[in-house]
Design a protein around this ligand. Structure first.
Ligand SMILES: Cc1cc2nc3c(=O)[nH]c(=O)nc-3n(C[C@H](O)[C@H](O)[C@H](O)COP(=O)(O)OP(=O)(O)OC[C@H]3O[C@@H](n4cnc5c(N)ncnc54)[C@H](O)[C@@H]3O)c2cc1C
Length: 407
């Protein structure tokens, strides 16, 4: 397993907030992982931190039910949240959230909604119904406003519907050298607000949000992986140290303590968004509260003059690049192969640059690339079946070396 900077970064994304607490003692005691010590608390990991029996993924190409490509709407300065006058309309922008749109949605939309309400109107338009449009609409309604969403694509057709569905609040959110001095604190505010709001979606019918376990698998120890880091070619900002208190620490499991065919497994828990259920829930809540969704595309900002509402929140995501002629929105391509759901698989793995995340609406198989630059400035949304199958082959190779939990 190659363990460069990308791997370390992707591990953080996947396990978010994962400091390897207890790792040193575990690794010290194990010395050489091939010793395969018994899985006991005496080996440095409490028995309740050891994995339960894990069901295997049926990683066959004929179980790929879809291959989707999504473009992350990346802006070097971070998301656009300023207010602009367009004719007699007040437009509050809320776009450009890179690989963090679902994760930061509540916090970013809370800021946009506050600015929209400050304009004085209580009948407000929202452009777009991806993660940012839906959460803006819910928050506007909670504040007592009447809402109409105008969007070219319905929720299940948006780019948000093609996301991995993990808590990743600082994934490709800005460039460290171009984000303003105030941005880290703003990011933290968005992150904390979102995190708190998402906890209120736990345990709802359909599990729109849940916490699931993740395993980062490698034959290299965490120390070896750290030593092999190389520079991020793009220079993305990393802010997770500011919110380390939000996430549990990861546990380093060595051979014998986990069922995987690798020497090490870093175990952690993270929030999973079952995006189909989440988007459906938000849509239903908006409609139940009297909101409207009108299917409508806009070619230019001048067309906003046709809307009856005077205040508009612009949540057009990557679409803002064409609509607003905003070249600061850079596409970052990402592809997912979706396997038929297996409800019995209730965890995720990260192995050899490939992520597997089991969700209620499908199993995500995603090649996250050899480094953080993968997909940067690539606006091609055409699915690539050979590369989807190659990513799946990595996961198939992993499971081929595992025993079924009860077999
Ligand atoms: C492969 C991949 C995996 C990802 N995984 C995660 C993840 O695990 N966690 C996470 O937090 N984020 C993730 N992201 C990032 C996340 O998907 C985006 O940040 C998010 O989808 C952006 O949401 P949005 O609402 O701004 O845009 P969109 O979802 O693109 O929605 C835009 C809306 O605006 C409408 N629109 C656009 N242009 C116009 C127009 N001209 N006229 C009318 N309507 C218009 C569209 O129809 C749509 O309704 C991932 C991204 C990719 C590519």
């Amino acid at each position: 397993m190659q363990a460069g900077r990308s791997e370390a970064t992707d591990r953080r994304r996947f396990l978010f907030g994962a400091a390897a607490a207890g790792g040193a003692s575990v690794l010290g005691l194990g010395g050489c992982a091939t010793a395969r010590p018994a899985a006991t608390a005496a080996a440095g990991v409490a028995s309740y931190d050891l994995p339960p029996p894990l069901h295997l993924v049926r990683a066959h190409p004929d179980r790929i039910m879809d291959i989707t490509v999504c473009l992350r709407p990346f802006r070097a300065q971070g998301p656009r949240l300023d207010v602009e006058a367009v004719g007699d309309k007040t437009v509050v922008h809320n776009y450009g959230h890179g690989g963090s749109g679902w994760s930061l949605s509540w916090g970013s939309s809370a800021i946009a909604v506050k600015k929209a309400l400050a304009a004085g109107d209580r009948d407000i338009a929202v452009l777009g119904c991806g993660a940012l449009g839906l959460t803006s609409a819910v928050l506007l309604q909670e504040a007592g406003a009447k809402v109409t969403i105008y969007a070219k694509d319905l929720p299940h057709q948006t780019r948000s519907a093609r996301a991995t569905g993990t808590w990743s609040p600082d994934s490709r959110i800005a460039l460290a050298r171009e984000a303003g001095a105030d941005f880290p604190a703003l990011w933290e505010e968005m992150c904390r607000t979102s995190y708190k709001t998402y906890q209120s979606y736990l345990g709802l019918p359909g599990d729109p949000v849940e916490w699931t376990d993740r395993y980062m698998l490698s034959d290299l120890s965490p120390e070896e992986m750290r030593a092999r880091r190389h520079p991020d070619p793009i220079g993305f900002a990393q802010y997770q140290d500011r919110v380390r208190d939000l996430s549990p620490r990861s546990k380093v499991l060595i051979g014998g303590q986990h069922p995987f065919p690798t020497r090490y497994a870093l175990r952690n828990s993270s929030m999973t968004f079952n995006v189909a259920a989440l988007a459906r829930r938000l849509t239903a809540d908006i409609l139940l509260a009297g909101g409207k969704i009108e299917r409508r595309g806009f070619e230019s900002p001048a067309q906003l003059a046709e809307l009856p509402q005077r205040t508009i929140i612009n949540c057009t995501g990557y679409g803002a690049r064409a609509l607003w002629k905003d070249e600061s929105v850079t596409p970052v391509r990402g592809q997912i192969a979706w396997l038929i759901p297996q409800p019995e698989v209730d965890y995720g793995v990260y192995y050899n640059n490939v992520t597997m995340l089991s969700r209620s609406d499908g199993i995500v198989i995603q090649d996250t690339g050899a480094d953080e630059g993968a997909g940067f400035n690539d606006g091609d949304e055409t699915p690539d079946r050979p590369s989807a199958e190659a990513a799946l082959a990595v996961i198939a190779g992993l499971y081929a070396r595992m025993k079924p939990p009860h077999g």
